[in-house]
Write a protein that binds this ligand. Structure first.
Ligand code: PLP
Length: 425
């Protein structure tokens, strides 16, 4: 069976042939590849071709595909039972390892996805504060939580219009959407409505509409204004947690949020999300308090085992320094490829997160991203597939460097990018 024949079968039985929309290659040319197997930084598709993977399941695989230690731990757990729906030791161990890295939080609750973690954190913030309004920023993605699927780009005090069909207006009219990188608009909003705000949620390093690195002053304003008005600050660290540093972005930025949401890396490739906070806030979650939240498979032992080994391995000395060095090497290689070919591009990077945008400067707000340039990304994506390199199938998505990428994989990728760029001139 080939990629093409699986794709024909997939489209008959699943909407758009996929279980998550970006996988369908709607924003790049060609049809999706069907992954057959993967190891380290490479995967093989159903046509039998091999690729260097810079998408890595959208972030969870910081150790690369099929890490032998992660798989051994997951197998061992599975042999003792795939799911208990009851307390078991592996969830305690992962919670302890998680909190050892997060001195600013007292407790954590595991869920089965990042979306669930965010949904639960918002509910907790509302239950704790007794307020309804949530502030989010255009361009930040927080999973497919109904109340956060709100139109981007609205101005000051524009309350939400759902950006997905099937979300009632009433679900989003307590969500205020503000632009990133605009401290004045944020201050004006809090001056007018701050006392109604339950929570402000932000990706501390926004990485879902490209990589929109924020100024320290803007993030500090998020902290100061929420504190001043008795609202909670939620850092959505589903991507950045254990990615941009041993604990995530909060310690790197020197800002302590009230709540943090996690996912991706903490499951080591299995479905896990988590939210963490102080004891006085967590005391409001059931069974201790009145904020209900539950999950049949939450704390699943196989997923907990994979997450624990992943955290342990990222805790080894030099782990993040090595990722930083590799990220810098890739950034330099891609930048040189563009410069040499006369292609206008900026490679933005934070540690092992990278993003190529075909503009002269890296934007800080989604409104500053030139959407018309995504067509260039599509051509790059196609050209790289032909050369055995796989990037995320959308120019709005970031790339991920893993511990499994070696210098030669980085250099092979830079050479392939240079070759694609040269073929355009
Ligand atoms: C991926 C992501 C989510 C959603 O997580 P899922 O596991 O896909 O539900 C939420 N927030 C951010 C910042 C993410 O990157």
């Amino acid at each position: 069976m080939s990629n093409a024949s699986w794709w024909d079968r997939a489209r008959k039985v699943m909407p758009g042939g996929v279980n998550s929309p970006v996988r369908s290659f709607k924003s790049v040319p060609g049809d999706p590849l069907f992954f057959k197997s993967a190891q380290g930084c490479r995967f093989t598709d159903e046509d039998g071709r091999s690729y260097i993977d810079w998408c890595l399941s959208w972030g969870p695989l910081i150790l690369g595909h099929a890490d032998p230690d992660v798989h051994a731990a997951a197998r061992e757990a599975m042999d003792e039972g795939a799911s208990f729906g009851a307390p078991s030791r592996r969830e305690v161990r992962l919670a302890e390892a998680f909190l050892a890295r997060m001195p600013h939080f007292d407790q954590v609750r595991f869920t089965s996805s990042g979306t669930e973690a965010v949904m639960s954190a918002i509910r907790l913030a509302r239950g704790f504060t007794g307020r309804d309004v949530t502030v989010k920023f255009s361009g930040c993605y927080h999973g497919h939580v109904d109340s956060l699927l709100v139109e981007a780009g609205s101005g000051l005090m524009t309350f939400g219009t759902p950006s997905s069909a099937g979300v009632p207006k009433g679900f989003t009219d307590t969500t205020a959407v503000l632009p990133l990188d605009d401290t004045q608009k944020l201050a004006d909003f809090f001056a007018a409505r701050g006392d109604e705000v339950a929570a402000l949620i932000i990706e501390p390093v926004p990485a879902n509409s490209g990589l929109l690195v924020q100024r320290a002053e803007f993030l500090k304003a998020c902290r100061d204004l929420t504190a001043k008005h008795g609202a909670l600050l939620i850092f959505d660290e589903v991507i950045t947690g254990f990615r941009v540093g041993p604990a995530g972005a909060a310690p790197v930025l020197g800002i302590t949020p009230d709540l943090g949401t996690y996912g991706k890396i903490i499951g080591g490739g299995f479905p896990v999300g988590a939210y963490a906070t102080r004891g006085d806030i967590m005391a409001h979650v059931s069974p201790l308090g009145g904020v209900y939240q539950a999950g049949t498979l939450s704390g699943n032992p196989v997923a907990m085992a994979a997450g624990l080994v992943t955290l342990q391995k990222t805790g080894r000395p030099g782990f993040y320094e090595d990722l930083e060095r590799k990220g810098a090497r890739l950034q330099a290689g891609l930048t040189r490829a563009a410069t040499d070919a006369g292609v206008t591009a900026t490679v933005q990077r934070v540690g092992s997160l990278f993003w190529t945008v075909f503009q002269t400067e890296a934007p800080r707000a989604v409104e500053a991203v030139d959407g018309s340039k995504m067509e260039i990304y599509g051509r790059l994506h196609r050209g790289l597939i032909e050369r055995g390199v796989y990037l995320a199938p959308s120019g709005w998505e970031v790339g991920f460097v893993s511990a499994a990428h070696r210098d030669e994989d980085i250099d092979t990728t830079s050479a392939a990018v240079a070759d694609v760029f040269r073929s355009w001139s």
